[in-house]
Structures are given as C-alpha cells and as structure tokens.
Ligand binder design. Structure first.
Ligand code: 0L1
Ligand code: MG
Length: 262
C-alpha cells in the first residue's frame, strides 16, 4: 500500500502529538511497514513545515548515525540528516528542564558555522571546509519519540532524527586552525568521565560527514545557506541524563560546553 499525502499528514500529527505530550509511541513501521526512506524524508519535510507554521524557523541541519559503531548497532549502512530549528537552540547558562523531554540523551558533536552557500551532489569535505567559517563544541540532546528509542531507518528519519535541543560552546574557532579528525573529546556526567572519542568517529572526518549531508540535500534540490549551523554527528555514544545531572563535553582546541538539567 502506498503512503498517501493524507497518511503522511496523519503521521506528522502522530509525531507532533507524541512530542507535545511527551509520550513514547510505537514506531511508524508497525503500522506502515511500507514506509520507505524517501517517503520518510518527505514526512520529515512536512513535520518541519508544520513547526515553521507554528512560529519557529530552520537554522541548519544535523547528521545522525555517522559512526560505524552506531550503524552496526542499528544494522544500517548509511547516515541520516535532520533539520535544526531555532527553538532547539538552548543556551549554555540556562538550566534545561527535563520535563520537556521523554527520555533525553546527550552526545558531543562538532558544530560547523557555514560562511557561504553550498549546494550540489558532488561536494567534498574540502568544499565544506572552504564554505565553513567556524567550528565550535556542541552537545546535542536527542529524544526519540519512539518507545525505548527503538526504530528503523525510515522511522527515525520521519521523526527528524530524534532531534530535540542543542547547546553550542562559546569558543568559535576558524575551521582551518584545527585538524577535525584528530580533535579529542571527553564527556563527563557530574564530573565523572562517561565517554571519550575523537572527530574521526564521524565518518572518518566531520567535514566529510557534512559533505555527505550536502550531497543528500542536493538530491532534493536543497543545500546549506550562509549562516546555517550544522551538527556533524555524534562523536561518542549518547548518554542518558535526568534532573540534577550536569553533562560537560571538553574538546581539545574548541573548549568545553555544558548542559545542566533540572
Ligand atoms: O543525532 C543522532 O545521532 C541521532 C540520530 C538518530 C538515532 C538515535 O536517536 O539514536
Ligand atoms: Mg546527534
């Protein structure tokens, strides 16, 4: 059975309700087993359109499933992208209220600040470096709307790749000043080290990861715009947190970024 436009709108309502009511829901493919990856991106587009109609705006993109470990864990062999909207941007000094989430997890990422438009289907990591003004430390909070964070690739793409919030560190570093694959990060929870990694965990090089997203966007006639921010993908596994927890990601060269949950 083909997924009609009306079904896509039903799916968007289902996902928006889950997010607004902070409730876990069954993954889409239980009821729509024929949901393809391409249609899932169409659903994601409709979902973001609804959010924009409700008052937010698109400010960039995020990459997901960029590490070999996460791809193998999920039995998939490609990365995914989602849209970042203005309401997702949280400030480092503002406590993050746990009540807005279902089952949040934090992951350290390198944020790219795009200095010139970039669109195409043959874009390389070097092209991305040329178009990038700065990089900065970031923590992404993911909060899948699905029961127990369990989903297939089309499920998670339709759910805007589990996007919820992100925090950017205050140090903006010119992209040519750092070797992105070699950048190390240590993530702590309540001052205890919980995970470590380096930029190479993100498709070998975070700039290659961003290039992958640009090429996928290019297939849909889209691209990056000057002023966009891109979260290039998780460097380590995601760490669950609860009220009272403080998560910090300390990066070599990029400084640190902190999230305090209340
Ligand atoms: O940002 C991410 O890496 C999340 C992508 C979706 C997979 C997940 O929710 O774990
Ligand atoms: Mg992420």
């Amino acid at each position: 059975m083909a997924i009609t436009q009306a079904m896509q709108q039903d799916i968007v309502n289902y996902l928006l309700d889950a997010e607004q009511e902070r409730k876990e829901v069954l993954k889409l493919t239980e009821n729509y087993p024929e949901l393809s990856l391409n249609t899932a991106y169409d659903v994601q587009t409709l979902l973001i359109r609804r959010k924009i109609e409700a008052g937010t705006r698109s400010i960039g993109y995020k990459l997901g499933l960029t590490s070999k470990a996460k791809q193998e864990m999920m039995g998939v062999y490609e990365a995914i992208y989602g849209v970042l909207t203005r309401d997702m941007l949280a400030l480092e000094w503002e406590p993050m209220d746990h009540k807005q989430f279902i089952h949040p997890k934090a992951e350290p990422e390198i944020a790219f600040f795009i200095g010139e438009d970039l669109q195409g289907t043959d874009i390389t990591g070097e092209d991305v470096l040329r178009a990038t003004q700065y990089v900065a430390a970031a923590i992404e909070v993911i909060d899948s709307r699905y029961l127990d964070f369990k989903f297939t690739l089309p499920d998670v793409v339709a759910d805007n790749c589990s996007s919820a919030k992100f925090v950017i560190g205050s140090k903006m570093v010119p992209v040519r000043d750092v070797e992105l694959p070699e950048l190390g990060v240590v993530m702590t929870k309540n001052s205890q080290v919980v995970t470590t990694g380096s930029g190479a965990a993100v498709l070998g090089d975070p700039a290659v990861s961003v290039a992958w997203a640009v090429n996928k966007l290019g297939e849909r006639g889209l691209g990056l715009r000057r002023g966009d921010v891109v979260l290039s993908g998780a460097i380590t596994e995601a760490i669950a947190f609860k009220p009272g927890d403080t998560i910090q990601a300390q990066f070599a060269h990029l400084g640190s970024v902190t999230l305090s949950c209340v």
